[in-house]
Design a protein around this ligand. Structure first.
Ligand SMILES: [Zn+2]
Length: 185
């Protein structure tokens, strides 16, 4: 009886040890995979910087690096993948293809001229050469920009009143409030 119980305890101990080792290996594998992914993302981005092409970080990858995100204050640097589905986001922040690419609209200040500049780059289809994109620059004095900001605030304040019930703007002809089952008020 005692030997049988001993054997049972022995087997249980071995099983626990095996399970423990398996869990450790599994956890280590997840970390190793995450680390390796970052190394491969960095390599693919480095190749893109050299030839301007698109390089998949690994042969079966669905997304390729399109940018590097740097937040100096937080000492964070991340490779950004083209695409925002779960497979891309599992490895890196993604850029949604339906949004403007960073750098297509920019705001700057020319110290020598003491002028603010807003530049807008033409949106091109994928077949077009980005080098051919037209760029428009809007120059403005600081006084003009101040006026523009005030004008913006005024335009926004002219908007329709917000319904306190549902938080949506009220239509001039009456408001179908979803919070009141669509009754006009
Ligand atoms: Zn409402």
């Amino acid at each position: 009886m005692t030997t049988r119980r001993n054997r049972c305890t022995h087997l249980l101990a071995i099983a626990s040890a095996v399970l423990g080792i398996a869990l450790c290996v599994d956890a280590g594998y997840v970390h190793a995979k995450a680390w390796l992914a970052q190394v491969l993302l960095e390599r693919a981005w480095a190749r893109t910087l050299v030839d301007g092409g698109t390089h998949a970080p690994w042969p079966w990858a669905d997304a390729a690096p399109v940018a590097r995100l740097i937040v100096p204050r937080l000492a964070v640097t991340r490779i950004v993948l083209g695409g925002d589905d779960g497979r891309a986001l599992a490895f890196a922040p993604g850029w949604s293809g339906s949004t403007a690419l960073p750098g297509e609209i920019g705001l700057g200040y020319d110290k020598e001229r003491d002028k603010v500049v807003l530049f807008v780059k033409e949106i091109l289809t994928e077949e077009d050469d980005p080098e051919n994109a037209a760029v428009i620059r809007f120059w403005a004095t600081r006084a003009q920009m101040r006026q523009l900001a005030r004008w913006g605030v005024e335009v926004v304040s002219r908007g329709r009143p917000i319904c306190p019930q549902c938080g949506q703007p009220e239509e001039p002809e009456g408001h179908f409030c979803p919070k009141k089952n669509g009754h006009l008020h």
